[in-house]
Design a protein around this ligand. Structure first.
Ligand SMILES: Nc1nc2c(ncn2[C@@H]2O[C@H](COP(=O)(O)OP(=O)(O)OP(=O)(O)O)[C@@H](O)[C@H]2O)c(=O)[nH]1
Ligand SMILES: [Mg+2]
Length: 492
């Protein structure tokens, strides 16, 4: 209980920091259309992807303990369904769908983190829905069922960009399950694209779990090994990974009992794999633990990008100041030359030669000042225009891009830097940008150092150390700690 509370406290602290420091900067410079915390404020989420008919919906029904999702051979479901917890019904009530909402509601209600998906249009919105279910499995997480991935034969125009949608959902999700089945072990075209491009770009390797499902349909152990080998080979070819990722081998006993097996083979190997469904369930229930890690990565990524953006603005102004000084120096030198030339002319030219020295000096000075004025009004502006254009053309020189992380973050903000500099022509308050830079950096440090440190401490915490640790971190007295512990035991 205290562990959960501590994690919740860390989470809300991070969210507050994002809302207070990162979001204002992000929206001021057009980095994000919606508040940055939109996608991270909701409960932990598990995204289910996979080939059509690989058993995604059956797996969800198994986990929930009720037939919540439609199942069937051939591509069955073409909707994205967010399934979340409804705590309304009492303990004894049968598990089932208690409320359904459409995509419009889900995309517009600020309680949910899907505002950013509005950009996928009307067709997507009509294929997006919410179901509330009173299953205890959902107490700490939500699960998202997706339309099956299709191959080139079954593929059709979905009316929205499928890869973009699953990319956006994968970015929000704390855990992504990718399901395969023995009939199409990794050969479906859309799965290929997702594994090669979409997932690596939008989530982290350690958040993706691979599942070979419907293994009861292999006719023998040899057949299973053959399918497993094919899947491993396909995965290593697609992802370019040398090491074989862990693949969960599971099947639905209910679906098997329903007569969906191929029958007549030797399925004695299944008895050794029966517990794998339960193991997978345990792994999925771990999703909330990834949430803090997910949040820390979120703060790091966006903090780093925003800091990089502001750094480019500061660098532009520094260069502009240097250029202006140089240009003023040239203008001054040029004016002095003109002034000098007027003075020499006044000394030598016959009609002026007789003038008083003082008047000659004044004429030369006035000439120099006039030249400086003309320089300031026209040449400097002209030269600055050229400097501005040149800087925009060679934008990559504004900041150092030595490491891959820097290059990645630059790729993400380059266009934004370009349009901001183009529109403002460098007319922004440097002190404000500096202030924003230091606060964004502070949040970044907090996200990356303190939260990761807390995560490490939590992972290493032994049961004996827990009491002291949580008392200090949550600011609890001895009595308060005991009361809370008794209450938790009572609930169990
Ligand atoms: N034998 C067997 N059949 C299964 C298993 N899992 C699912 N099925 C059957 O396979 C068919 C497809 O299952 P679904 O759960 O609808 O698959 P899906 O991935 O949700 O399919 P789409 O929504 O169309 O992408 C159904 O008829 C299920 O009964 C399994 O582990 N073993
Ligand atoms: Mg389905």
């Amino acid at each position: 209980m205290y562990r959960d509370n501590y994690i919740k406290a860390l989470r809300s602290e991070l969210l507050e920091m994002v809302a207070e420091f990162l979001t204002p900067v992000a929206s001021r410079y057009g980095y994000s259309d919606v508040p940055l915390e939109t996608t991270i404020k909701w409960r932990p989420q598990v995204l289910l992807l996979g080939n059509y008919s690989s058993g995604k919906s059956t797996l969800i029904n198994d986990f929930l303990g009720a037939d919540v999702q439609k199942t069937g051979q051939a591509p069955t479901d073409d909707s994205f369904t967010v399934i979340t917890y409804d705590e309304g019904p009492g303990e004894g009530e049968p598990v089932g769908v208690t409320e359904e909402r459409d995509g419009k509601y889900l995309l517009n209600d600020p309680e949910y983190p899907f505002e950013t998906l509005k950009k996928h249009g009307q067709r997507f919105s009509s294929h997006f829905k919410l179901k509330k279910v009173n299953s205890p499995f959902l107490k700490n997480l939500a699960i998202i069922d997706t339309p099956g991935m299709l191959d080139s034969i079954t593929e059709r125009d979905r009316g929205y960009n499928y890869q973009e949608v699953i990319g956006d959902l994968a970015q929000i999700a704390d855990l992504v399950l990718v399901l395969f089945d023995p009939h199409k072990a990794g050969t479906v075209r859309e799965a290929h694209t997702s594994l090669r491009d979409t997932l690596p770009a939008r989530t982290f390797e350690d958040r993706v779990l691979f599942v070979l499902n419907r293994i009861d349909e292999c006719t023998s152990l040899i057949d299973l090994l053959r399918v497993y080998g094919t899947l491993c080979w396909n995965l290593s070819q697609i992802t370019g990974r040398k090491d074989i990722p862990m693949i969960h081998l599971t099947y639905s006993q209910q679906a098997q009992d329903g007569g969906a097996t191929l029958g007549n083979g030797d399925s004695s190997y299944l008895q050794y794999l029966q517990n794998q469904r339960e193991e997978l369930k345990k792994a999925v229930l771990q999703a909330p633990c990834y949430r803090l890690d997910n949040l820390a990565s979120f703060v790091e990524t966006h903090g780093e990008r925003l800091a990089h953006f502001l750094e480019a603005l500061i660098s532009y102004r520094r260069r502009a100041r240097k250029f202006r000084l140089k240009s003023f120096g040239i203008g001054l030198g040029f004016s002095l030359i003109i002034g000098g030339a007027i003075f020499v002319m006044a000394l030598m030219a016959p009609p002026l030669a007789g003038m008083d020295m003082m008047v000659k000096g004044l004429c030369a000075g006035a000439g120099a000042l006039l030249t400086l004025g003309i320089w300031g009004l026209s040449m400097r502006r002209f030269l600055f225009g050229r400097f501005h254009k040149k800087t925009l053309k060679h934008l990559d020189h504004l900041t150092a891009l030595k490491t891959q992380t820097r290059r990645d973050s630059w790729d993400a903000i380059r266009d934004l830097v370009y349009s901001h500099l183009k529109n403002s022509r460098g007319k922004y308050s440097l002190s404000e940008v500096r202030y924003e830079y230091s606060s964004v950096w502070k949040v970044y440090e907090k996200g990356s150092k303190e939260i990761r440190e807390a995560l490490r401490e939590l992972a290493d915490l032994t049961p004996d150390e827990e009491e002291e640790f949580f008392k200090v971190r949550l600011g609890l007295s001895d009595d308060e700690y005991k009361e809370g512990a008794e209450f938790a035991t009572h609930l169990q």
